[in-house]
Design a protein. Sequence first.
Length: 317
Amino acid sequence: MQEHRSVQGSFDLHMHSVYSDGSQSVQTLITEARERGLSGIAVTDHDSLRQLSSVRAEARKMGFPVIAGVEASCIDAETGRKIHILCYGLAATADESGPLELLVNETLARRTANTLWQAWTLERTGIAPCGRKASVADVVEVSRASTGVYKQHVMQALTGLGYRDGEYQRVYRRLFKNGGIAERDISYPDALAIVRAAREQGGVPVLAHPQQMDSWGAIPALVKAGLMGIEAFHPDNDAVATEEAFRLARQYGILCTGGSDYPPSALGPVSSRRMKPASPLRSCSTKNACLLRGSKDDSSNGDCCRFRRGVRAHVPA
């Protein structure tokens, strides 16, 4: 894991809210970011653009720079490995007909249907791993603010524990992994198609947490498809992975970003270790900084201009 770094003046470019599988509202994320001295954040909820306008509206209301983005779930068709692509600077279409929207909406629908099946399966068996049962109705209630239904909502209804709790992790693995009674996955779009669609819809696609998913081998093809960055700083990237991210960024001429991936449905207060954004790196040219531009309404107080000047998103020298 990375050593602790100061968050003062940084942007955290990878956060989740109640609009997907997070447990915090955008307002709470902003409040906590301010308390820790962040200059801004990116809310990158999973597989949906439907919440972008709401995220931006909440940012304007609170007068804090927020980039509204999405983390798209996909797969490397060559290896079968899952890949996540962070996409910034997007605008949703009125009829959800944008190329990226068409892909992520299908993923979200499949995930919601699958999760509801998992909740039904657990309700039918009457399992109560922490002394409490959960019905499908309970899961739907927990997920009411989200654009979809996630396993994290099932776990919250079933256990009431935070994501990092040891018992939570044991129950999760027993139910959803290694042949558990609720283990069932969905199909995902090709990562190359996601990158191309993000670019076509005006976004900036960045490879998320490459060490977590061992997605290093996909980078050459992703860059060819239009990948513009790699997440060098992430809680699951160790020092070697961060250096490798910078090496690849230099090789391919793409930028580096960083984010905390906070909160992963982590009920309870944020820790400064978890909310660790990109660190001050090398100086950033205007050209490189402008690669991560937002939509015109990405902020409340001219966030686009301030974001371009101040974000720690760099092409290494």
